[in-house]
Design a protein around this ligand. Structure first.
Ligand code: UTP
Length: 242
């Protein structure tokens, strides 16, 4: 597969489940079809979140008096199980195993298949994984698919007047995260779109990140196919480079 370089896509775990808490197999198949129909990349790595099922396990571990590290490990395991759903749907286009480290990813990338992976180590979110992968591969594009339209100035679920940014710098992003995060921000299952680790990687490697909604995949499909310009938030070093 030859095309526009190395691409990393993170799929937020919230996108993998229906409102009635079932795995959204139809959506997973739909996403894979969009990619299969336009395999415009050299390497594609998809990073899956843990979603509802990870949170369910994390809550149970906590109520059983398990510590935060154990909660994270469970979150990582669940994100890897979610990854298997995409590997199944991609069929022979996908590398059959879920890389468990950056070293395993480097080996897997030699096969030029689509790679799907979840978490790596405790203390971070799968957004940090996506950034670590993008940093390692020198990715040309990093897309974060989430359940909102981009990065807002305040929590859109709590404030009706919240505004979505078209562009935002790392410094502005950091301010928003510091303002909006309470103590729970760094608990297992609670890392927000960007966690502390992901901010550090952004700053040291100057990676540009496209944050967009993956709720119905319509915008993503148009963007992927080159039929529409990007809609969402572009996170970059100076916040206004487009
Ligand atoms: P995420 O919180 O990243 O998944 O990982 P998510 O459900 O997709 O979150 P959204 O939708 O993007 O907000 C699930 C949990 O797995 C652990 C963390 O506890 C995390 O909250 N995890 C994940 C790690 O400890 N390390 C990793 O590298 C990745």
């Amino acid at each position: 597969m030859k095309g526009k370089g190395n691409i990393v896509i993170k799929i937020g775990g919230s996108l993998l489940f229906t409102k009635d808490k079932k795995i959204n197999s139809k959506k997973i198949a739909n996403f894979c079809e969009i990619i299969k129909n336009k395999p415009d990349f050299d390497n594609l790595v998809i990073v899956c979140g843990g979603g509802l099922i990870a949170r369910e396990y994390i809550n149970s571990i906590r109520s059983l008096k398990g510590n935060e590290a154990l909660c994270d490990i469970i979150g990582i395991e669940l994100s890897r199980i979610n990854s298997k759903l995409f590997i199944t749907s991609f069929g022979e286009l996908a590398f059959p195993q879920v890389p468990r480290s950056i070293e395993e990813l480097s080996t897997a990338s030699l096969f030029k298949k689509i790679i799907v992976m979840g978490g790596l180590q405790p203390g971070q979110s799968t957004t940090s994984v996506a950034l670590e992968v993008a940093e390692y591969l020198g990715a040309n594009e990093l897309i974060l698919l989430t359940n909102v339209d981009g990065i807002y100035d305040k929590d859109p679920k709590k404030h009706t007047d919240a505004k979505v940014f078209e562009n935002i710098s790392y410094v502005e992003l950091q301010d928003i995260i510091l303002k909006s995060s309470g103590d729970k921000q760094a608990a297992a299952g609670e890392y927000r779109i960007f966690d502390a680790v992901s901010l550090q990687i952004l700053k040291r490697s100057h990676i540009e990140v496209l944050v967009m909604s993956g709720s119905d995949l319509i915008n993503f499909k148009k963007y992927w196919n080159g039929e529409a310009k990007f809609m969402g938030t572009i996170v970059s070093n100076n916040g206004n480079n487009n």
